[in-house]
Design a protein around this ligand. Structure first.
Ligand SMILES: Nc1nc2c(c(=O)[nH]1)N[C@H]1C(S)=C(S)[C@@H](COP(=O)(O)O)O[C@H]1N2
Ligand SMILES: [Mo]
Length: 358
C-alpha cells in the first residue's frame, strides 16, 4: 500500500515553515515536568493530525459493530455506569525524536519531549467486547476518530486497528477521564482509546466507532504510516510497543534562547524517568562526557508507567555533555545514535544535555 501513496521528500538542514506550524499546534512536555510522576493535563504532550473536533459529551455516541453478535450504540452516560478502572500510563509519540534525525521526514519535528504520563479512567475494552459478543472469526478491531483530513494524498478519518489479542488485554481502556477530570478537547474529549505500552498513535482520540473485522485493516494510518522502514520500498515493521527510553530533568538554569544549561560546581542531584513498552526497565546509566556510571532506579507506580531514577553528580567547572541510557528486562538498550528510519519513528537514542558548570 505504501508504494501507491504519496511520500513527502526528506528534509536536510533547517526546519521548514510547515514543521514550525505543526510544532506550534502540537506541543511537547517541558522536560522540567519530568520531576512529576503524573503529568498535569496542560503539560501533557499533544499530537493532533488534523483539526480537533469540538464534540459535545451529551450528544456523543459510540457505535460497536462488524463481526459481533450484538451491535450497539452507547451514550457516555451508559459507559459511565459500567465498572471503571483507572490506570497510570506513560504515552510516547512514535515520532518522538524525529527532529534529531538526518535526513528528517516532514512531520512533527519532536526533539525528545513527546512523552508524558497520566491517570486514565474508563471502561476496559474487553468488557464491552464481551457484552457485544465478539465473534471468533474477528481478527482485528478498528477504532475510528471523529477527525478527518488528508495525508499521503488520501482523505480519511483517523483510524487505527488492534489485533484481537491486543485489544482484549485488560489494561486497554475506553477513557472518559484524565487525571480525574473530563477529557480536554485536545486529548480526545469526550472519549478515547488508551492502549498502554504501545506508541501513542494506537490510542485513538474522539472515538466514535469500533468495528470488528475479519481481515487486516488497510487504512492509511495503519498500513502506510507508522512503519519502521530503513530504506524506501521496504514493507516495513509496524510501530507497536514503545522502545526502551529515558530522559533527565535538565539540571541548573537555562539560557533563554539557546536553552544551554548553566549550573554551579559541586554535588548536583540529577533525576529523570525511564520507560519501555516491551519489558520493565531494569537499569539506568548516566554519563558525563561519555563516562558511564549507574543511576539509582526507583520503583514504578504501575507497570504501565515510567519509573524514576536519580544520582548525585559532583559537577566540575567546564563545559560537559550529560547523557542517560536505560535497559529493559528483555535486554533492550538505548542506542547512542538514532536508528535509521525513513519516517523518523522510534528514535530512542540517548538524550544529550550540554551544561556549563561555573
Ligand atoms: N483521532 C485521533 N487520535 C489520535 C491522534 C489523532 O490525530 N487523531 N493522534 C495520535 C497520536 S500520533 C498520538 S502520539 C496520541 C497523542 O495523544 P495526546 O495528544 O493525548 O497526548 O494520540 C493519538 N490518537
Ligand atoms: Mo504520535
Amino acid at each position: 500500500m505504501s508504494e501507491r501513496l504519496e511520500q513527502r521528500a526528506p528534509i536536510v538542514g533547517r526546519y521548514t515553515v510547515e514543521e514550525l506550524a505543526l510544532a506550534t499546534r502540537n506541543h511537547g512536555m517541558p522536560l522540567e515536568a519530568l520531576a512529576l510522576e503524573c503529568t498535569p493535563v496542560g503539560l501533557h504532550y499533544t499530537l493532533v493530525h488534523f483539526d480537533i473536533p469540538m464534540l459535545e459529551g451529551a450528544a456523543h455516541r459510540l457505535e460497536i459493530g462488524g463481526a459481533v453478535e450484538r451491535p450497539c450504540t452507547l451514550t457516555l452516560e451508559e459507559l459511565r455506569r459500567l465498572p471503571a478502572r483507572t490506570l497510570r500510563v506513560t504515552m510516547e509519540c512514535a515520532g518522538n525524536g524525529r527532529g534529531q534525525t538526518v535526513p528528517r521526514y516532514p512531520s512533527m519535528p519532536w526533539l525528545e519531549e513527546g512523552v508524558s504520563t497520566a491517570d486514565w479512567t474508563g471502561v476496559p475494552l474487553c468488557a464491552l467486547l464481551a457484552q457485544a459478543g465478539l465473534r471468533a472469526s474477528a481478527r482485528e478491531l478498528v477504532f475510528r476518530g471523529a477527525d478527518r483530513g488528508r495525508d499521503r494524498g488520501v482523505v480519511h478519518a483517523f483510524e487505527r486497528s488492534l489485533p484481537v489479542a491486543e485489544a482484549m488485554r485488560e489494561e486497554v481502556l475506553l477513557a472518559y477521564a484524565m487525571n480525574g477530570a473530563e477529557l480536554a478537547p485536545q486529548h480526545g474529549a469526550p472519549l478515547r482509546l488508551v492502549v498502554p505500552r504501545w506508541y501513542g498513535m494506537a490510542s485513538v482520540k474522539w472515538l466514535v466507532a469500533i468495528e470488528a473485522i475479519e481481515e487486516s485493516f488497510a487504512g492509511v494510518q495503519q498500513a502506510a504510516s507508522y512503519h519502521f522502514r530503513a530504506a524506501p520500498g521496504e514493507p516495513g515493521v509496524p510501530c507497536r510497543r514503545m522502545r526502551v527510553n529515558s530522559l533527565m530533568v535538565p539540571p541548573g538554569v537555562p539560557d533563554f534562547y539557546t536553552r544551554a544549561r548553566l549550573l554551579a560546581a559541586g554535588p548536583t542531584l540529577i533525576r529523570g524517568r525511564a520507560w519501555s513498552g516491551e519489558a520493565p526497565v531494569v537499569r539506568v546509566e548516566f554519563a558525563v562526557d561519555g563516562d558511564w556510571r549507574e543511576a539509582v532506579l526507583e520503583p514504578a507506580a504501575a507497570d504501565t508507567a515510567w519509573c524514576g531514577w536519580h544520582l548525585t553528580w559532583d559537577a566540575h567547572p567546564g563545559a560537559h555533555e550529560l547523557a542517560c541510557r536505560a535497559t529493559d528486562a528483555a535486554g533492550n538498550v538505548q542506542p547512542l545514535a538514532p536508528p535509521a528510519d525513513l519516517g523518523g519513528f522510534g528514535n530512542h537514542a540517548v538524550q544529550r544535555v550540554r551544561v556549563l558548570v561555573r
